[in-house]
Design a protein around this ligand. Structure first.
Ligand code: MG
Length: 333
């Protein structure tokens, strides 16, 4: 999505809304939120999606989401993924609630409005994407095919781009949809054009990206970057630490008078924890220990119908477990 489109749709910045309240043209947004019986957000990567970025039980998930929505809940997604990716998953899951995307962006689907951070300081990432393409071509270009990929559907992309047996041994695909973060994946190519995970090559690419990023004089310092490297899938994702989910969640909460709508966040990492007494954070069983420890140390009472803040099940199944408990609560009350 071109940057201009965001600018056209969203002259509204989250921080300004938190400070001055909602502009009148956005009032229908707050009405819908105020009238909800509950607001539930779940994370994408390693929460509702497994290590291969797929949901495990899509039908089960869609079922429990629609049940919650019938009970008046708004079900949304909180993710660091690009706006376009989050909207694609929202359509796949059938959610009706606010969508939180990269760089603390917030999309309200019923009004087709966005609230965004002032992203001037983050232009670096789009420039870096093109710089990385050129630098990687110079460095790996002799045996690697380097693409700025057009789709998250890797197989479709490969069918389109690698129609013929390949002269290349490796593939690097750079994600063009990230505006305020950077992502790519690296794989090996078989002689028939099919691809396979190549941990050694992925490691080299990750190392290369880190090197050119640290050499750049305009890059954020490494300790302000969240460097996510999945060696199994060969995926590298780099985000700025300060673009956290707290701001969009608090913006949503600021639209609820007296904070009377119960609000839940389901996640797998400490980045999914919001320091706010009105938000109940829940974890999937595969969550990072740092998040589990934090939830075990909570002294506020467990919400009704829950025996633990940590699901017994992993990934999609853990999300379904929590959503089921919330739906049962709404039936009782
Ligand atoms: Mg996650």
């Amino acid at each position: 999505m071109p940057r201009q489109e965001l600018g056209r749709k969203g002259p509204f910045f989250s921080r300004a809304v938190l400070e001055a309240g909602l502009p009148t043209e956005l009032l229908p947004i707050s009405e819908k939120i105020r009238d909800a019986s509950a607001i539930v957000f779940f994370d994408l990567d390693k929460t509702v999606l497994d290590e291969s970025y797929n949901p495990i039980n899509l039908e089960g998930l869609r079922g429990v989401i629609s049940k919650l929505q019938e009970k008046g809940a708004l079900v949304g997604i909180h993710s660091d993924s690009p706006r376009r990716t989050v909207r694609q998953f929202a359509a796949m899951f059938g959610t009706n609630g606010p969508l939180i995307y990269e760089m603390a962006g917030l999309h309200f689907p019923w009004a087709n409005k966005d609230l965004a951070l002032d992203f001037e300081t983050l232009r670096f990432f789009t420039g870096f994407r093109d710089f990385c393409y050129k630098a990687a071509t110079a460095h790996f270009g002799r045996d690697a095919r380097i693409l700025i990929s057009k789709t998250r559907d890797r197989n479709r992309e490969k069918r389109e781009k690698l129609k013929y047996p390949s002269d290349y041994q490796h593939l690097i695909m750079i994600n063009p949809f990230r505006l305020f973060s950077f992502g790519l994946w690296a794989e090996g190519i078989n002689s028939d054009g099919s691809t396979y995970p190549d941990a050694e090559f992925a490691f080299q690419v990750n190392d290369f990206v880190k090197k050119i990023m640290t050499q750049s004089t305009i890059a954020p310092p490494l300790d302000d970057l969240n460097w996510d490297y999945n060696s199994q899938e060969g995926v590298v994702i780099v985000k700025k630490v300060s673009s956290s989910k707290t701001l969009p969640v608090q913006t949503v909460l600021s639209l609820i008078p007296n904070k009377k709508v119960p609000t839940y966040m389901i996640g797998d990492s400490p980045a999914d924890y919001i320091e706010d007494p009105h938000v109940t954070t829940l974890a999937v069983a595969n969550a990072k220990d740092a998040l589990k420890k934090r939830l075990q140390a909570e002294d506020s009472p467990l919400p009704e119908g829950f025996s633990s803040r940590i699901a017994q099940k992993e990934y999609t199944q853990g999300v379904i477990e929590h959503l089921g408990n919330i739906a049962r609560n709404l039936e009782i009350n």
